[in-house]
Design a protein around this ligand. Structure first.
Ligand code: GLA
Length: 738
């Protein structure tokens, strides 16, 4: 039984904690528009009271009488063990209970980034284990990060059986969950469902990547069926790159209980004397502007505080993969560089296939780990390519997969002890029948991986971009480095090692752009993004399927981080033939790039892309740094999808509309816009126009109010010459305030 305790006294100051003589301590964590209210009475339990729209001091004073949650803010296992717990341990004497009380509350301001961290310290009443439960607030973003540091102050080892980052009770009601699911080449699919009784769990066990099949981020719509631009919405994003578990237990208590953290399965963690285990952060947001509102909060926070170089505009690039696959050679690279430069691109990225001297990387069965250039293919080495890029006035980037090796490689022959492998078992191989994962728990492997980047960057300081791939999961549980009694640390220590390497790389090379690719979209998570500038959304570049994948991905990640490339027709994954206009209009809603052999494009196509790239340069700040408003969901199957980006000052916007199915005389919804200033007047210009005649409203002006109440009619198809007609239609409109 948890007893309801009326609050005796309340003192409030925005973002601060006040201790009272009566012992009751209200922790009011506030952001510009939200409040998280906790009660951390010293010597008492730590209680959650409220999370939502910002509330006033007088409302906080009366919170308890209004019957808000008043539940443990971080439930632990031990006393009354019937409910789910965020933390469960085994003490050295075998005792499996925790009984915690608040010991202290501290607030510290971080002058460098402007954030404030409030820490509620808890101690066990009888055992030498303590918790620091931390909350980071930002003065300008409606995001609160929470994480827990668990310290063993005793002599013997404590085993952590479960160690969640955070817990949030949400009042039982018509609450809907939005989450992402998918698989390779179909990442970021949106799933929306009401929360019913029982447990809904979202989890990952890949070991290396964690966002192909599901995502560590969710949204909860509190007012019934999810709406994009209205309704109270909570967003939760676990900032972690490894195995995770998010679950919502809807029990008989009037609450949906949300837990999020590292997946503890096969990962019990032994905490030795004096050691502290820190969980990854759980980022929470609240918006009463619907799902898009919560997305905007995540995007803004991400760009300002979490994403590497989040406020920098990204270059427009050509990546060689779908153009030539493993068929890398000097002439081909030079031709691609010349082509992308001539279309106005700013960067060329040489993908897989450039390395290996003993074994050659002619396919995916050899050479990972042997990061020496294949001089058969590139007689003038990387320097030759860097020079060529410079000659064309563009930057040069390169693909690596440094966490991996192949059983056919020099590295594996020399260091078989570096790979992940269980004792007394044969190796289990992945991609190409030979791929193996290096054991990043091992500091020597960490050095090796760091050196892959460091050597490249030292030798070729003009490398501007790195595509960092990871094409295998952990395929067998076993570390040749960890001791026998710490084998269960593998999944966690892999990612601790990964982060250490990334820290070193970023300390030395803060400006190089690094893409997180992992067999496509396996690393779209806030865990890796402090070190990565962007991620590859999917190996599937089919524009129609991308509308769906990018829609889902945009729930949590800003366009500046979503690599989106124009590729060939027929598409290499779906074999669908989509006209260039539509392919371009989709790619231009993210971080624009190309993934194509330009040599195979007609002059007319190149010309179209040249103009589109030029246009993208003009709208790039709005797309990459603006606010997203999703308008018409492709998942509603209404025949079209639409979204827009609005500049922070609401004086410029880009509107996208893509038809998703075609029937003669079909009736498509008229899309109302959002996010504009109702009192401003906007002039409409169509971008990437292919029609023989302009749209009726081309060059005309409308108030934001009219556009948001009525929208503009989109023709069902394009007015083009007969032989150019096809079953796709898409539009991009620029709306510039007068
Ligand atoms: C993965 C990536 C692709 C490409 C290949 C190269 O599949 O997702 O983009 O880089 O590896 O082998």
């Amino acid at each position: 039984m948890k007893f309801y305790k009326p609050l005796s006294t309340v003192i409030l100051m925005s973002g601060l904690v006040f201790a009272l003589p009566l012992k009751a301590e209200i922790v009011n964590l506030s952001t510009p528009s939200t409040s998280l209210v906790l009660d951390a009475e010293k010597g008492g339990p730590f209680r959650f009271l409220y999370y939502g729209d910002k509330i006033s001091a007088s409302d906080i004073a009366n919170l308890a009488s209004a019957g808000t949650a008043n539940r443990d803010a971080y439930p632990v296992y031990g006393n009354y063990p019937q409910g789910e717990a965020a933390l469960s341990v085994t003490h050295p004497d075998g005792n499996m209970t925790l009984d915690m009380e608040v010991a202290d509350i501290k607030t510290s301001a971080n002058e460098a980034d402007g954030s404030t961290v409030t820490t509620v310290s808890m101690r066990d009443k009888s055992y030498p284990i303590s918790l620091d439960i931390n909350y980071r607030t930002w003065p300008e973003e409606d995001v609160i990060e929470t994480w827990v540091d668990i310290t063993n102050n005793g002599k013997g080892a404590v085993t952590l059986n479960r160690f969640m980052s955070g817990y949030l009770p949400v009042r039982y009601g018509d609450v809907w969950l939005s989450s992402l699911y998918g698989s390779w080449a179909n990442e970021g699919r949106l799933n929306q469902e009401p929360l019913r009784h029982g447990v809904k769990m979202i989890k990952n066990k890949d070991g290396v990547r964690n966002s192909h099949t599901s995502h560590a981020e969710i949204m909860l719509s509190l007012d019934g069926k999810p709406m994009e631009n209205t309704g109270r919405t909570i967003g939760a994003a676990l900032c972690y790159s490894g195995n995770y578990k998010l679950f919502i237990d809807t029990d008989d208590s009037n609450y949906h209980h949300l837990f999020a953290g590292i997946n503890e399965e096969n990962s019990a963690y032994n905490l030795k004397k004096g050691e502290t285990f820190s969980t990854p952060a759980l980022a929470l947001t609240f918006s009463d502007e619907g799902l898009s509102g919560a997305s905007r909060n995540f995007h803004r926070w991400g760009r300002n505080h979490r994403l590497a170089n989040g406020n920098e505009l990204r270059k427009i690039l050509l990546n060689s993969w779908e153009g030539v696959y493993f068929d890398i050679n000097e002439e081909g690279m030079a031709q691609m560089m010349k082509d992308i430069a001539s279309m106005g691109g700013e960067l060329f990225v040489m993908d897989d296939g450039w390395f290996g001297d003993k074994y050659y990387r002619d396919n995916d069965s050899a050479s990972l780990g042997d990061w020496t250039v294949d001089t058969r293919k590139l007689p003038h080495g990387i320097q030759g390519l860097v020079d060529e890029a410079e000659k064309n006035g563009i930057k040069f980037g390169i693909w690596i997969e440094p966490e991996m090796t192949n059983s056919r490689s020099r590295l594996y022959a020399e260091h078989p002890e570096y790979i992940i492998k269980a004792e007394n078992r044969d190796i289990v191989e992945g991609r190409g029948g030979t791929q193996l994962v290096l054991d990043l728990a091992n500091p020597k492997v960490q050095d090796l991986v760091f050196n892959v980047v460091d050597t490249l960057m030292t030798k070729y300081p003009l490398i501007d971009y790195i595509k960092w791939d990871a094409n295998a999961p952990i395929m067998q549980h076993g570390s040749q480095y960890l001791t026998r009694d710490n084998q269960s640390h593998l999944y966690i220590d892999y990612h601790k090692g990964f982060e250490k390497v990334l820290d070193r790389i970023r300390a030395k090379y803060p400006d190089v752009t690094i893409q997180a690719c992992a067999s496509g979209g396996g690393r779209a998570n806030w865990g890796v993004l402090p070190w990565f500038d962007e991620f590859w959304v999917s190996d599937n570049t089919d524009a129609l399927q991308r509308v769906y994948m990018q829609w889902g991905t945009s729930y949590f990640f800003p366009a500046v981080a979503m690599a989106s490339h124009i590729s060939a027709a027929p598409n290499h994954q779906t074999f669908r033939t989509i006209p260039l206009k539509y392919r371009t209009d989709v790619a231009m809603s993210g971080r624009l790039g190309m993934e194509i052999q330009p040599k195979n494009m007609t002059d007319e196509e190149k010309d179209f892309c040249r103009r589109a790239i030029n246009t993208y340069k003009e709208i790039r700040p709005i797309v990459q740094q603006g606010d997203i408003y999703r308008l018409l969901s492709p998942y509603d199957n209404l025949g079209a999808a639409s979204l827009m980006y609005v500049s922070p000052r609401k004086d410029d916007a880009v509107y996208y509309w893509w038809k998703t199915e075609t029937f003669v005389n079909q009736q498509l919804p008229r899309v109302k816009m959002a996010g504009l200033d109702p009192d401003k007047t906007y002039t409409v210009t169509e971008l990437n126009r292919i029609d023989n005649t302009p749209l009726p409203y081309e060059g005309k002006s409308f108030t934001g109010r009219f556009l948001m109440d009525n929208g503009l009619e989109m023709p069902l198809d394009h007015n083009v010459d007969y032989h150019k007609r096809n079953d796709y239609a898409s539009r991009i409109l620029r709306l510039k305030a007068n």
